[in-house]
Design a protein around this ligand. Structure first.
Ligand code: UT7
Length: 332
């Protein structure tokens, strides 16, 4: 019997309407369009506005879209994994809120936190459920409402992040398509450079933590950049080597959108030209767990059955990794 693999069979995405442009940021903090564009590649990011709206609301839109495209109903989903660092609530899991809102009454779900590598960890986890048998329809959501934890007085972080969500459906296949290989890595000592100080069990939220702005993202940009640029490039090259892939074999690099300079370095290391790099950072900024599935969502129509893709990310934790997959369908 041939090996069961997990293949992506549908993609959905959602970005909020409101565009926070570099020009608007210039009126909020001491920055300018030229600095932001040259240092990051970002021109604007989307922000989820509206009282009572959270990460699950973006996910509902993305998941409903992928279900519609695949022509299936929510109650056919067996498992939903929500990758996020901005859950609706500290508990229960946002995955449970999403399954409730979409009516996925036969699914179980859980959240997975691996920051910007969340979606890759989620797809890797989902693929193991499918390969083990028993799970036929698994949804992986990558969603973050970063505006809920960004300090719009901190020019080093507020220019980077945006809100958005992408989601994929994974199903079993016995053909030679789908998730072929994954390499996932983490190094917890990196947490000092990128984290949220308060709101967890070590330092529960209080007036003092809010006054000290410890409920926002804390990032030492330069240090994170150094680790990201090396590790994302290394792990992408490693997965190519492990699978005997040359640059000509790659149809697309699907990189986490943290900084265009990190993406360029990764592509250079892999030997792939810019025409093979999915890049939408200029429109959405860094949506953390959302970046990679949002790229797949935008490029879906250009993808053909059998295309080799390398997905690659680096993020808080530190976490990083790469996935090699063969695209499993021609989009209509
Ligand atoms: O998503 C996963 C994890 N995150 C990342 O991968 C992000 C990694 N880091 C980065 O992308 C970059 O480090 C940043 C975009 C955050 C910053 O770029 P940088 O080239 O590393 O800038 P820097 O921190 O070295 O700052 C250079 C200068 C500093 O001024 P001085 O000390 O040279 O006078 C900053 O104060 O730029 C200043 N600066 C700004 N200037 C205008 C910092 N932020 C801004 C700003 N506008 N928004």
């Amino acid at each position: 019997m041939s090996k069961i693999r997990a293949a992506i069979t549908s993609v959905g995405g959602y970005v909020p309407e409101y565009r926070l442009t570099n020009k608007v940021l210039e009126t909020m903090v001491d920055t300018n369009d030229e600095w932001i564009t040259s240092r990051t590649g970002i021109k604007e990011r989307r922000i989820l506005k509206g009282e009572g709206l959270g990460t699950s609301d973006m996910a509902v839109e993305a998941v409903n879209e992928l279900l519609k495209k695949r022509g299936i109903s929510a109650d056919e989903i067996d498992l939903l994994i929500c990758c996020t660092v901005t859950p609706d609530l500290v508990f229960p899991a946002t995955a449970n809120i999403i399954t409730d809102k979409i009516g996925a009454k036969n699914a179980f779900g859980f959240d997975l936190m691996a920051a910007c590598s969340g979606f890759l960890y989620g797809v890797t986890t989902a693929s193991k459920y499918i390969e083990a048998g028993g799970y036929k329809k698994v949804v992986v959501v990558g969603a973050d409402k970063m505006s809920s934890i960004v300090d719009y007085e901190d020019r080093e972080t507020c220019i980077i992040f945006g809100d958005g969500c992408g989601a994929v459906l994974l199903e079993p296949t016995e053909d030679d398509f789908g998730i072929i290989d994954t390499i996932m890595k983490s190094d917890g000592s990196g947490r000092v450079h990128l984290h949220q100080k308060a709101g967890g069990s070590v330092k529960p939220s209080s007036h003092a933590t809010v006054d000290a702005k410890e409920h926002f993202v804390y990032q030492e940009g330069k240090a994170v950049f150094k680790f990201a640029v090396t590790n994302m490039a290394d792990v992408s090259a490693e997965i190519m080597e492990k699978n005997n892939l040359g640059s000509d074999d790659i149809r697309f690099l699907v990189p986490h959108q943290a900084n265009k300079r990190i993406i360029d370095a990764t592509a250079r290391r892999m030997g792939v030209g810019s025409e093979k790099v999915m890049l939408n950072i200029e429109k959405y900024g860094n949506t953390t767990s959302g970046t990679i599935p949002l790229c797949l969502w935008e490029w879906e129509k250009q993808l053909k059955k059998g295309d080799n893709l390398i997905l690659s990310a680096f993020g808080g934790g530190f976490t990083w990794g790469a996935i090699y997959l063969k695209w499993a369908y021609d989009s209509k």
